[in-house]
Design a protein around this ligand. Structure first.
Ligand code: C2O
Ligand code: CU
Length: 445
């Protein structure tokens, strides 16, 4: 543990598990005997980066870039060598939403040792899930993710069911720059225009790397949300023009539309265009004559009644093998020697929060109850959760997520199959909340 400074997400009651013995190895590392189909190297390094507006960031990056993309094909054996050039407190890579074997999960002090300057660590896993994911350092994540130690992991499906003519990945982050905080799509903190011909099928992959949920809206066209947290929605309904949606910290939505004859605007925030970055898709066939009404009335997207309900072992369960409750709250207490606002699970602050113990194969239900006055995007490592009930009532369309935003006063019941042995974190993805208490561990017996 880093002397004096908070270790943040590095697992306070550090359990250095030794994976080098016996039969545990295969389960926790996965079968990595096959040669890699694709290899990457990510060098963690400090780098001054200039946004489109000219504002500069003293960023901490992988490969000197803001949100570099790793793109692989479903089924590939993926190898990623992480090299730490000059990030003093060490780095790791956590594959957010990607259900890798435990030893590849990137949680320092729990699944691996932190990678110090001059050191490296090689991640290797089979790309089983297709879709939109991201990765980030899990060492002192509250600081490192904000400063830029993240990128996207895009896994193209083995069999394309839907072919798109154009794809864009939009990563929304909030940077601390020499001109104050700036919300940006990658390094674009200003409006951008993309020329797209009418009739083209477009897929936008939206990743929220910010600590808080963000609101987005697409105006000028009907669209569909085709995937949530990397999981495809079956039979996604058409959402009317100007439907807004809220994406949890750490969450991803993929949206799809067919380019109409008039411009389409994708923007942050539900209200007026208030100087936040936006993406204007413009037809390239003729000069723009009218722009869509950006002040139009809007409706909210609701995943609990959208598309076809997910059906799996958790939705058909009559009884769960384990049931846990996480009451999300806060209290004042000492943290790093200072009187501080702390975030609690069942009244406790990490590392004194409970550990949930499950057995492989069990059907596990967790109830989140938010008794505080702010949202908590709850992220479970290594598994996707199926959302079954909201505020005590079964949802119309259970859906799958790895990061569920729980608003003040809300209660959700989610369930997952314990099919990925190891020791995992379940924490708030407002990384400041995680750093000051809101983490617990899930362990396999
Ligand atoms: Cu994206 Cu434990 O985090
Ligand atoms: Cu929180």
């Amino acid at each position: 543990e880093g002397g004096g400074a908070p270790t943040l997400l590095s697992g306070g009651h550090a359990m250095h598990r030794n994976h080098s013995s016996g039969g545990e190895v295969a389960a926790l590392t996965g079968d990595v005997s096959a040669p890699a189909d694709i290899k990457f190297e990510l060098v963690a390094q400090q780098k001054e980066i200039t946004l489109a507006s000219g504002a500069t960031i003293d960023a901490w990056t992988y490969n000197g870039q803001l949100a570099p993309e790793l793109r692989v094909r479903q089924g590939d054996m993926v190898e990623v060598k992480l090299v730490n050039q000059d990030i003093d407190k060490g780095v790791t890579i956590h594959w957010h939403g990607y259900n890798v074997p435990n030893a590849m999960d990137g949680v320092p002090g729990m699944t691996q040792n932190v990678v110090k300057p001059g050191q490296s660590f090689t991640y290797k896993f089979r790309a089983k899930q297709a879709g939109t994911y991201w990765f980030h350092s899990h060492q002192q994540a509250a600081e490192q993710v904000i400063k830029g130690l993240f990128g996207t992991l895009i896994v193209d499906p083995k069999n394309e069911t839907e072919v798109y003519d154009e794809e864009f990945t939009v990563v929304t982050h909030r940077w601390e720059t020499d001109r104050g905080y700036k919300t940006a799509f990658g390094d674009q903190d200003q409006a951008q225009t993309k020329q797209v011909a009418p009739g083209r099928k477009i897929r936008l992959r939206i990743v929220n790397t910010h600590n808080l949920s963000q609101k987005y809206m697409l105006q000028g066209v009907d669209y569909r949300i085709v995937s949530i947290d990397g999981v495809d929605i079956q039979e996604p309904d058409r959402l009317p023009d100007s439907t807004a949606f809220r994406l949890a910290s750490g969450g991803r939505y993929d949206i799809a539309f067919t380019m109409p004859d008039l411009p389409v605007l994708f923007k942050l925030g539900e209200g007026k265009h208030d100087g936040k970055p936006s993406l204007l898709f413009d037809t390239d066939t003729r000069p723009q004559t009218e722009s869509p009404s950006f002040e139009a009335e809007f409706a909210w997207f609701d995943p609990s009644q959208y598309g076809k309900a997910v059906v799996n072992g958790t939705t058909s369960a009559v009884k769960f093998d384990r049931e846990f409750t996480m009451i999300l709250g806060n209290k004042m207490g000492f943290y790093n020697g200072k009187f501080h606002f702390l975030w609690t699970i069942n009244g406790k602050v990490h590392p004194n929060t409970p550990t949930f113990v499950v057995k492989e194969g069990e059907n596990v239900k967790t109830t989140f109850v938010n008794r505080s006055l702010t949202e908590h995007p709850m992220h479970l490592h290594g598994h996707h959760m199926t959302v079954l009930k909201k505020n005590g009532k079964p949802v119309k369309t259970p859906w799958m997520t790895d990061t569920l935003n729980v608003l003040p006063g809300e209660t959700y019941e989610v369930a997952f199959i314990a099919d990925n042995p190891g020791m995992w974190m379940d924490h708030c993805h407002n990384l400041d909340h995680a750093a000051t208490g809101m983490i617990l561990h899930l362990m396999y017996d």
